[in-house]
Structures are given as structure tokens and as C-alpha cells.
Design a binder for this molecule. Structure first.
Ligand SMILES: NC(=O)c1ccc[n+]([C@@H]2O[C@H](COP(=O)([O-])OP(=O)(O)OC[C@H]3O[C@@H](n4cnc5c(N)ncnc54)[C@H](OP(=O)(O)O)[C@@H]3O)[C@@H](O)[C@H]2O)c1
Length: 299
């Protein structure tokens, strides 16, 4: 699919609370190079390249960027790169971050933050991004059955004006219900894609759609590879749809998520300018009923 003329608005827009965003956004996790697992093997990503990718994304119309303070490698931090590339931030740019997990300065993962530690994590994001409040903060859940104390702590920070809107990540439907009894939820960010459909089977995607909550898949391209680089091996059915659309398999993966509902927002992650252009162009793909049928039984 031709990538030069399409903008991030090609798939339309959605509102995160009062903040309107284009449905094609950008995930910043891949900009830090490797090191997300706390190791330091391999070369860091070139800083100018990363800054260039972020600036290009905004030029394509991306106004929804996903990040986290814990997205860092030994010498690169996603928040630092966003700040360097985009501050002073353009009007309408929505930066979504997440708290809960944390890493020590050497990159080792820490236990899930206690509720009273979330303020410090929010403030860390404020400092790194150079902002006085955060547009959207997701509680990225790795804890036990109840999120109430943690979400309650974030709701207090929202009341205090540090956060505009709240979301959830890596949650089950019952977590959404629990959170909504405490404060409004504008988005749910979970692992989801052609070959990862838990949000279909547990009804979370439907529930978000019915309630006007954004559903934001991660690993939509990388799928079962998760944080590892996406691989080139794709199912024949995906290749067939890609050929029919004149698109790449990665573009079809992104487009498929967007076809799951008007509330689905894509945040594909890349450090490759050509892939960025392809991912923006994926928003203009219109999969036919035959394409969708072919992809439907995928597991
Ligand atoms: N809430 C959470 O727990 C959570 C967890 C993980 C991620 N996230 C967020 O979600 C975002 C998306 O997830 P992700 O970055 O892990 O996975 P992804 O977007 O599904 O896939 C990224 C992988 O696909 C490759 N890729 C991207 N565009 C491509 C294209 N057009 N053609 C071929 N390969 C392409 C990237 O490599 P190249 O760099 O070579 O393009 C990278 O290996 C992250 O950036 C992060 O902001 C959230």
C-alpha cells in the first residue's frame, strides 16, 4: 500500500475523554533499542534516528503517543527521546504513559509499586516528559485480584490535577468494572491481535466498545513474539490478504485491529522510518468481508 500520502487520520478519530486522537498512534517502547529486559547487550539506537522517527510520526498526523518511564535501555529513555524530539509539544498531542511496574537504575525490574508509590512514578513521568500534568495514565496491572487501592491512588492524583484521564492496562473485565466504581476509565490497553484474542473471548473488547472506552492493543504486529523483534514468518492466509490489498502482512495486522471497532486505537511500535510510514498507511486499508472471513478462524 502506497504510504506517502496517507496521514494518521485515515482511519478516523476517537476521544480519550475530552482529548481527540487519530486512530493511528505510535508506541515508543521500541525506540530505546534493546535493554528492556535489564541487560545491556547490543548497540543503543541512534538518538537522531529515534528523534527523527518521533518527529516524522507527528508530521504524519500522529497525536497519540504511548510511553512509560520504564521504557529505557542503558543509554536511551523513551520519555527523554519524546521530550527531546517534540517539546515544546504541539497542541493536541496526547501522551499516554503507564505506571505500576518499575525498574531500578540498572534496569532490573522492581516489584509492582505499592499504591503510595504511584505518585512518585507519576512525578517521574512529569519530570522526564517536561510536563506539569499527564494527559492519560494507565495503571499497568501485574498485581493480584483487586486493583482498587492502586486505582484509588491514581484517582486522587487525578483529583489533584496531576493527571487528566485514567486508563488500565493488562487487565481482566472485572478490573474494568472495579475501576469504574472509583473513577472514569478512558482506555484499556491490552495485548491483542490476529493471533492473540483473549479480549474477544473474555468480552473485554465488546465491553469497551459498548461503553465508549478506547481499546488499545499492544503486540498487534509482534504477536506471539511479544517484546522480541517481530518475525517475518506469517500464516498463508495473512499473506493472501496482504497480496490482495497490495499491503504488507504487518499492515494487515494493524488494519485488522482497527476493523474490530471504532474504539480501537493502534499504537504500532517501530524504530524504522520505512515501517513508520507503512504503519501510518495501514490506517487507510479497508479490509473486505472476504479478507475478514479469511482471517476470522485464525488462532
Ligand atoms: N501496556 C503494556 O504492557 C505494553 C506492553 C508492550 C508494549 N506496549 C506499548 O505498545 C506499543 C506496541 O507494542 P510493540 O512495539 O511491542 O509491538 P508491535 O507494535 O506489535 O510490534 C513491534 C515490532 O514489529 C516491528 N514492526 C513495526 N512495524 C513494522 C512494519 N511495518 N513491518 C514490519 N515490522 C514492523 C518492529 O520492528 P522495527 O522497529 O524493526 O520496525 C518491532 O519488532 C509499544 O511500543 C508500547 O508503547 C504496552
Amino acid at each position: 500500500m502506497e504510504s506517502t500520502t496517507v496521514t494518521a487520520a485515515a482511519a478516523g478519530t476517537w476521544k480519550l475523554g475530552d482529548l481527540e486522537v487519530n486512530r493511528i498512534g505510535f508506541g515508543a517502547m521500541r525506540l530505546t533499542g534493546n535493554g528492556m529486559r535489564g541487560n545491556s547487550d547490543g548497540a543503543p539506537i541512534d538518538r537522531d534516528l529515534a528523534v527523527g522517527v518521533l518527529r516524522s510520526a507527528v508530521e504524519y498526523g500522529v497525536n497519540h503517543i504511548d510511553t512509560a518511564a520504564f521504557y529505557f535501555s542503558p543509554s536511551r529513555s523513551a520519555n527523554e527521546l519524546i521530550n527531546r524530539a517534540l517539546a515544546p509539544y504541539p497542541d493536541g498531542l496526547v501522551i499516554v504513559t503507564k505506571v505500576g511496574p518499575g525498574r531500578d537504575p540498572s534496569g532490573e525490574w522492581l516489584p509492582m509499586a505499592r499504591p503510595e508509590q504511584l505518585r512518585g512514578q507519576v512525578e517521574e513521568n512529569l519530570r522526564q516528559l517536561g510536563r506539569d500534568h499527564l494527559d492519560v495514565v494507565n495503571l499497568r496491572w501485574t498485581g493480584g485480584v483487586s486493583i482498587a487501592e492502586h486505582f484509588g491512588a491514581l484517582a486522587e492524583l487525578r483529583e489533584a490535577g496531576l493527571i487528566r484521564h485514567l486508563g488500565l492496562s493488562a487487565v481482566k473485565p472485572e478490573h474494568l468494572t472495579e475501576a469504574q466504581a472509583i473513577a472514569p476509565v478512558v482506555c484499556v490497553q491490552n495485548s491483542y491481535g490476529l493471533d492473540r484474542r483473549l479480549a474477544d473471548t473474555n468480552g473485554l473488547l465488546d465491553s469497551c466498545r459498548r461503553q465508549g472506552i478506547a481499546f488499545v492493543p499492544f503486540f498487534a504486529i509482534s504477536g506471539r513474539q511479544r517484546e522480541a523483534p517481530a518475525d517475518d514468518a506469517h500464516d498463508d492466509r495473512l499473506h493472501a490478504v496482504a497480496r490482495a490489498q497490495g499491503a504488507t502482512p504487518a499492515q494487515v495486522r494493524v488494519a485488522w485491529t482497527l476493523h474490530r471497532g471504532p474504539n480501537v486505537l493502534a499504537i504500532p511500535g517501530t524504530s524504522d522510518p520505512a515501517h513508520l510510514a507503512e504503519n501510518i498507511a495501514a490506517g487507510a486499508l479497508r479490509l473486505s468481508p472476504a479478507d475478514l472471513d479469511l482471517l476470522e478462524p485464525w488462532r
